[in-house]
Design a protein around this ligand. Structure first.
Ligand code: PLP
Length: 378
């Protein structure tokens, strides 16, 4: 069995031991319902509120602005649909949003008004002038632009977008699921009203998320029940996951600079090595400020499914941006929005690196990938 290489950290990450310990402690020792009045309940409540305060500190928010959800998808849905239901009117989002935003914006559009899609440039960066024009001409209820792209890694000009929205009195949501722990994400430095986060992208458990909702942002809940999380996300809280998320987020942030510098060096070396070995290889979003963890490559003339299967047989995990819908493989909506022709948008592979990625992993990909591409191309 060859040395296994996991390069799909943007899909999910292994649970950090510290997060697992915190979770096990909650599940075995402090399993009360935080809404209960008795000692068991009070212990769980104290742990939940401690997690809330710790997460808030990581992003420079107030604890009361943190809503625990059951994942990033739910946080995005609550931001977009919750805002649309509370305020009505048109919405605007970028063309490269994750489906959690795009699909909820489309679902809201049917009820409340139009959806304006903001274009991106060839590097996957949002066209700020086009966004400003939409804000001026259509006064959307909400603008949603992700902090960093899960597919190509392009980091968006969120500060500038936040300023445009703030000046116009328009609420601004950013999906920061891929950004937290990789680039600075601070609610006290960027004028943003809503932020979505997901625990499993940074060493926390799957099925845990956070919506940051700045005080005063009008939002309707999507679920109805016992009024937990200030009525915005009712249902008995998953305290163990919330605590583990706070632990993982604190650690990711504390290690961010050193870890990201190391990963950037690995990623840049990998890209340079692959470009030198594979004719026609294209690094997507190369001209954008990018997350150090993501390398999205177009391999003209190669079938992306075959590439991924061949890599998997060699023990290397990667992914592709293409989506399988009704039996046909369709190119990634992100690469198409960047203006890539189908011949480049279709055959794309995403390697995403993480804190356990090593030099040895990169060497293995440099040895295997060119060989696999050659085989698949012929
Ligand atoms: N937003 C982005 C940018 C993502 O990459 C993901 C995960 O794939 C999500 C939202 C959804 O998060 P979750 O898997 O926690 O629902």
């Amino acid at each position: 069995m060859p040395h296994p290489v996991y390069l799909d950290y943007a899909a999910t990450t292994p649970l950090r031991p510290e997060a697992r310990e915190a979770m096990l402690d909650m599940l075995s020792q402090r399993w009360g319902n935080p809404s209960s009045m008795h000692r068991w309940g009070r212990e769980a409540r104290a742990a939940l509120e401690d997690a809330r305060a710790r997460f808030a500190a990581v992003i420079g928010a107030a604890p009361a602005e943190i809503v625990f959800t059951r994942g990033g998808t739910e946080a995005d849905n609550l931001a977009v649909l919750g805002r649309a239901r509370a305020a009505g009117g048109p919405l605007a989002c970028s063309a490269i949003e994750h489906k959690a935003v795009l699909s909820s914006a489309k679902a809201a559009e049917g009820k409340d008004g139009r959806l304006h899609v903001v274009p991106v440039d060839e590097n996957g960066v949002v066209d700020v002038d086009a966004l400003a024009a939409i804000v001026r001409d259509h006064a959307p209820t909400l603008v949603s632009v992700m902090w960093a792209s899960n597919e190509v890694g392009a980091v968006q000009p969120v500060e500038r977008i936040g300023e445009i929205c703030a000046e116009a009195g328009v609420a601004f949501h950013s999906d920061a699921v891929q950004a937290l722990g990789k680039v600075p994400v601070r609610a006290d430095r960027v004028p943003v009203d809503l932020l979505a986060f997901s625990a499993h992208k940074l060493g926390g458990p799957r099925g845990a998320g956070v919506l940051f909702a700045r005080r005063g942002t009008k939002l309707d809940p999507l679920l109805f029940g016992g009024g937990q999380e200030r009525g915005l996300r009712p249902g008995t809280e998953d305290v163990a996951s919330a605590v583990a998320f706070a632990v993982a987020a604190e650690l990711a942030e504390a290690e961010r600079e050193a870890t990201m510098a190391r990963i950037a060096t690995l990623r840049d070396g990998l890209e340079a090595g692959l470009c030198a070995r594979i004719p026609g290889l294209r690094v997507n979003a190369a001209g954008a400020p990018r997350l150090p963890t993501i390398s999205n490559l177009s391999v003209p003339g190669a079938d992306p499914e075959m590439l991924l299967m061949a890599l998997d047989l060699e023990g290397i995990a990667a992914s592709s941006g293409s989506a399988c819908s009704s039996g046909a493989v369709e190119p990634s909506h992100v690469l198409l929005a960047m203006g890539l022709p189908a011949e480049l948008a279709g055959p794309s592979v995403r390697f995403s690196l993480g804190r356990d990625t090593t030099e040895q992993d990169m060497e293995r990909v440099l040895e295997v990938f060119p060989r696999v591409v050659e085989r698949v191309r012929t």
